[in-house]
Design a binder for this molecule. Structure first.
Ligand code: 1HE
Length: 252
């Protein structure tokens, strides 16, 4: 049953939820209402095992709603940025993996939003840019942390200075997206990936999305210890034993 919210449409087809930024006339620019709806979804999630996130119309997301931003004071901008951090953290470190399907623009905050997802599928029309320098602003939705980790600080710096846009194919080359598919094929492919993800043990998916990025920030010694602890917690779940036994019993 589809349920329409004002900015984000949620459609549940168990075990997958399909979230769609639904503000095509403004190219799905992220105003406060949209970010609040995204955060609300991920902090009080329905009983699903994976999410597909895309945008209505020809563009995934035009980033920050610039019309809302013009009158903000320095203090407002800090609070706004921290609000985005909380919302995008709720996505990255939420209850289930998120597959972003990107067509057209994923620029500024739109790229930052895509970077908070766990798997990124780009249709050939997709392009990625960070026009903050052109607008006289800066990243504020976690891009300094997440996008730099995806493609490296040097590339982010160069994109921001020169206004360079990466095509879908180039985005895959530099590690910004995992897949490039034909125009119009993204949602079906994203759903297929989400169903594969949902077929994993939920506790493993949770550990993969929660532990891996944190371990990546640890010293090697800390990381190896955290990895061993995570491994022991995962492997001793009843479901893990059942899955391993099923494999050994010939089930593929
Ligand atoms: C917007 C926004 C927006 C479009 N805020 N209203 N983001 C940007 O600098 C990107 C700005 N947008 C664009 O570059 C283009 O709109 C697109 C390449 C995404 C799409 O182009 P196009 O030709 O299909 O659409 P358009 O004609 O540019 O825009 C259609 C409408 O959406 C128009 O409004 P209208 O009332 O005149 O019809 C635009 O004003 C509106 N619109 N993008 C507000 N972003 C927390 S820090 C994050 C920092 C950033 O994200 S900086 C990057 C901001």
């Amino acid at each position: 049953m589809p349920s329409a919210a004002s900015r984000v449409t949620v459609e549940i087809d168990p075990p997958i939820a399909h979230l769609r930024l639904d503000r095509a006339p403004k190219r799905n620019a992220l105003d406060d209402a949209t970010v609040a709806e995204l955060k609300a979804f991920f902090t009080a999630p329905p009983d699903v095992r994976a999410v597909v996130l895309d945008g209505a119309g020809d563009h995934f997301c035009a980033g920050l709603d610039l019309a809302e931003h013009v009158a903000r004071t320095a203090r407002d901008v800090t609070a706004h940025s921290r609000g985005w951090h909380a919302a995008f953290d709720a996505i990255q470190f939420g209850p289930f993996p998120v597959v972003a399907v990107i067509r057209g623009a994923a620029v500024g905050g739109g790229f930052e939003l895509a970077a908070a997802a766990h798997v990124r599928v780009a249709e050939r029309s997709a392009f990625f840019g960070l026009p903050e320098g052109q607008r006289g602003i800066f990243l504020g939705g976690g891009g300094s942390v997440r996008i730099t980790r995806l493609i490296g600080t040097s590339r982010v710096l160069e994109m921001m200075l020169t206004g360079r846009r990466y095509s879908a194919v180039d985005a895959e080359r530099i590690g910004a997206v995992h897949y490039v598919v034909d125009d119009g094929a993204g949602l079906a492919f994203g759903m297929q990936l989400a169903r594969a993800i949902a077929g994993n043990a939920a506790h493993s998916n949770y550990a993969i999305m929660q532990a891996l990025p944190r371990i990546a920030e640890m010293t090697p010694a800390e990381g190896l210890f955290a990895e061993a602890m995570t491994a022991s917690l995962m492997a001793t779940e009843d479901e893990s034993r059942e899955r391993i036994a099923a494999f050994l019993g010939g089930k593929r």
